[in-house]
Design a protein around this ligand. Structure first.
Ligand SMILES: [Zn+2]
Length: 175
């Protein structure tokens, strides 16, 4: 049957044309396709913790507060986007860093080589890909909130979760 409104040929079983013409009631309604695309993903509140707290907790937790915040932020990305490559990376970051530090030390064969040296090297190898992955995901979300917004690459690597938190705190959502 042809739609009397737009002329589009519809299957006889069609209840409503793409243009929105409703065959049973012969009235103009919202098209089904537009209704589907209009369904917004619900905005999930980001972690509102002030970044200053994370800085303050750093010395008290031996830096572990940063690892925890990274997981929290990655988890928000997963909730908002439905998936997140950063989340599994963030979860295994700390244990992976321990393992990599041990492996790097074994390579030197010297017991005098301190973890103080290898810990930051192992960290950089794991942190940087992790932070850049999360940066990409957060950019996608934050630029939907504030058009043209982009997290700085160097700042993301240098300050990581604290820098992300500084921006996440202001996230208002797209509704
Ligand atoms: Zn039509």
């Amino acid at each position: 049957m042809d739609c009397p409104h737009c002329g589009l040929i519809n299957p006889d079983s069609a209840g409503r044309c793409d243009c929105g013409y409703d065959f049973p009631s012969r009235t103009m309604q919202k098209p089904y396709t537009a209704m589907e695309t209009c369904v917004k993903r619900p905005t999930v509140e980001p972690p509102r913790l002030h970044w200053g707290w994370v800085l303050a907790l750093r010395p008290l937790t031996g830096g572990l507060s940063d690892y925890v915040l990274l997981i929290v932020e990655s988890n928000w990305s997963r909730k908002m986007r439905g998936k997140s490559a950063a989340l599994p990376m963030s979860i295994i970051l700390f244990p992976a860093q321990v393992v990599l530090t041990v492996l790097l030390r074994l390579g030197t064969g010297s017991p005098s080589e301190s973890a103080v040296l290898w810990w930051p090297i192992a960290g950089a190898l794991l942190w940087i890909p992790n932070l850049l992955t999360l940066r990409g995901e957060l950019n996608e979300l934050l630029s939907a909130d504030v058009p043209g917004f982009s997290l700085s690459g160097p700042m993301s690597v240098l300050l990581g979760p604290v820098y992300f938190q500084y921006h996440l705190r202001d996230y208002q959502g797209t509704t």
